[in-house]
Design a protein around this ligand. Structure first.
Ligand SMILES: Nc1ncnc2c1ncn2[C@@H]1O[C@@H]2COP(=O)(O)O[C@H]2[C@H]1O
Ligand SMILES: Nc1ncnc2c1ncn2[C@@H]1O[C@@H]2COP(=O)(O)O[C@H]2[C@H]1O
Length: 437
C-alpha cells in the first residue's frame, strides 16, 4: 500500500469512528495535527544532530524585500506547533534567532498514555531468561549514571522552500515493513510461554486481545533487564519498544525534571510508537528493573489492526473519572471513540481566561493550576479531574486560565461531542459549575 493510501485509510477509519459533523474541518485538523507531529519530530532530530555537530538540513535563506528594494532579514517568528502550516519548518534558515525553544506540546487524535498502568502484571511474575539477540536492545547499552540536560534550544525563522518527504519516510518506518512484516519470535519454551501468559492474564489490555493477537504478543515480547540508573528511554529519541514492567521502579523525566514514577505491572513507551513522535520523556531504572518489551512494528500492527484500539484504552481511563460514573458502558464507549489526546509541559497554558472555548478536558496524568486574573491561583487539579466545561455549558469565554504545572496529558472532547456524548454527566457538570459555587 502506498504511503498516501495508508494515510487516507487511516483518515477514513478516524472519520468512521468519530462521525464528525464538519467533515472538511475534521480532515483539515487531522492532517494539521499529523503535520505538527512530523514537524515536531524534525525539530527534535535537528536539535540532536546539531548537538552532535551535524548539519542535518541545508539552509535556505529567506530574504524579504523592503519598500526600497533592499533585502531585509525577516523578523523572528515563533513557530506554532498547533498550526504546522505556519512557520515551523526545520529545513529553513533559522540562524537569526537562537532563542526558539523546542515544541512544548503536541497533540493528536488518539489516545495518550493510557497504556500506563494498564498491564497489571501480577506480583507472581516469573523471570525466565530469554535469549535476546536484538542489536537494538536497550539493555545492551552501557549504563552510566544518567545525566539530564535540557533539550537544546532551537533557532527560529521560516522558509517553506523545502518539504519533508525524506523525513516523512523516517516517520513512517512501518510502511516499509508493512508487507513483509513478521513479528519477532522470542523462542520461549511452552512452559515459559504459559508462565508469561499467566503473568499477563490479569492485565486489562492483554485481556482485550483476541487469541491470535495474544499469541503474537506472547511470542514477540522480549525480556529486558536494566541495572539501576540505566536510561531505558531517552527523551527525543525515536520510539523502538513499548515496555511492561515486570518488577522494579522506573522514573520519568521531562527536560531533566522528574514527572512520574511507575512500578510493577505498569507500562510505558507507548506515546512515541502511537504517534510516530519523539519520546516524550526519559525513563530511568531507579533500581534493577525487569521489563517485557514489545517492538514497534508489532505494537503498531496490533494497535492499528484495532484489537488494542483507542476505545479499549480510553474505556479503562474513563472508568476512573468520577464525573462520568453515571454513564452506561455503551455511552462510555461512544465517548471513548470521540476523545483526543494532548500533551503539555510545565508552564504551558492549556486554556486562557477570556478566550473562546471549544473543548472539554479530562486530566489523564499530571497537575494543572487554575488561576483568574483578578484572584490569582484558585486551585490545582490532577488525574481524573476535568476543566473547560464552563465555557461550553454557558456559551461564555473561558472563565479562568488553566496552566500545566508539570508534564500533563489530557483527553479532550470537542464542543459537539461534549453536548452529544456526556449524557447524564452534563447535569453533574452543571450542578458542580465552579462559577456558581
Ligand atoms: N508525564 C509524562 N509525560 C510524558 N511521558 C510520560 C510521562 N509519564 C510517563 N511517561 C512515559 O514516558 C514515555 C517516554 O516514551 P514515550 O513518549 O513513547 O511514552 C512515554 C510515556 O509512556
Ligand atoms: N472558580 C472557578 N471559576 C472559573 N473557572 C474555574 C473555577 N474553578 C475551576 N475552573 C475551571 O477553569 C476552567 C476555565 O475554562 P472554562 O471557563 O471553560 O471552565 C473552567 C473550569 O473548568
Amino acid at each position: 500500500m502506498s504511503y498516501a493510501s495508508e494515510e487516507l485509510n487511516q483518515l477514513q477509519k478516524e472519520i468512521s469512528a468519530k462521525n464528525p459533523p464538519d467533515v472538511l474541518q475534521f480532515c483539515a485538523n487531522y492532517f494539521n495535527t499529523k503535520l505538527a507531529l512530523q514537524r515536531a519530530h524534525l525539530w527534535q532530530t535537528q536539535a540532536q544532530a546539531k548537538a552532535a555537530g551535524i548539519e542535518l538540513f541545508s539552509r535556505v535563506k529567506s530574504v524579504a524585500v523592503d519598500s526600497q528594494g533592499l533585502g531585509v532579514i525577516p523578523p523572528a517568528r515563533q513557530p506554532s506547533f498547533k498550526s504546522p502550516f505556519g512557520d515551523n519548518d526545520p529545513h529553513s534558515d533559522h540562524s537569526k534567532d537562537s532563542h526558539r525553544s523546542e515544541p512544548s506540546a503536541f497533540k493528536d487524535s488518539g489516545s495518550g498514555s493510557l497504556f500506563k498502568g494498564g498491564f497489571n502484571v501480577g506480583s507472581n511474575a516469573t523471570s525466565q531468561s530469554v535469549q535476546d539477540t536484538d542489536p537494538n536492545d536497550p539493555a545492551a547499552r552501557s549504563a552510566p549514571a544518567p545525566e539530564f540536560k535540557p533539550v537544546a534550544k532551537l533557532p527560529v525563522s521560516f522558509n517553506a522552500n523545502r518539504r519533508v518527504s525524506v523525513s516523512a519516510e523516517a516517520l513512517n518506518p512501518d510502511k516499509f515493513k508493512t508487507d513483509s512484516w513478521k513479528p519477532p519470535k522470542n523462542n520461549l519454551s511452552d512452559e515459559q510461554r504459559a508462565e508469561l501468559a499467566k503473568t499477563l492474564s490479569s492485565n486489562f489490555l492483554f485481556q482485550q486481545l483476541d487469541a491470535n493477537s495474544k499469541s503474537t504478543v506472547l511470542s514477540a515480547l522480549m525480556k529486558k533487564l536494566f541495572e539501576s540508573n540505566t536510561e531505558i528511554i531517552t527523551q527525543g529519541d525515536e520510539g523502538d519498544y513499548f515496555y511492561i514492567i515486570e518488577s522494579g521502579t522506573v522514573d520519568f523525566y521531562v527536560n531533566g525534571t522528574k514527572v512520574n514514577t511507575s512500578s510493577d505491572g505498569s507500562s510505558f513507551g507507548e506515546l512515541a510508537l502511537m504517534y510516530n513522535a519523539p519520546r516524550a520523556a526519559t525513563a530511568v531504572a531507579s533500581g534493577d528493573v525487569t521489563c517485557w518489551a514489545l517492538d514497534r512494528a508489532t505494537f503498531r500492527r496490533i494497535l492499528l489492526e484495532g484489537t488494542f484500539n483507542r476505545r479499549i484504552m480510553y474505556e479503562d481511563f474513563l472508568k476512573d473519572v468520577s464525573v462520568l460514573a453515571g454513564l452506561t458502558p455503551q455511552e462510555r464507549s461512544k465517548l471513548a471513540d470521540a476523545l483526543s489526546t494532548e500533551i503539555y509541559h510545565a508552564g504551558d497554558r492549556i486554556v486562557t481566561e477570556g478566550e473562546i472555548g471549544d473543548k472539554f478536558y479530562l486530566i489523564e496524568s499530571g497537575t494543572c493550576e487554575i488561576s483568574k486574573k483578578a484572584e490569582g491561583v484558585i486551585g490545582t487539579i490532577s488525574k481524573g479531574k476535568y476543566f473547560g466545561e464552563v465555557a461550553l455549558l454557558n456559551d461564555l469565554p473561558r472563565q479562568a486560565t488553566v496552566t500545566a504545572k508539570d508534564s500533563v496529558i489530557v483527553a479532550t472532547l470537542g464542543k459537539s461531542g461534549f453536548t452529544r456524548l456526556l449524557g447524564p454527566a452534563l447535569d453533574v457538570l452543571r450542578k458542580q459549575d465552579p462559577t456558581h459555587q
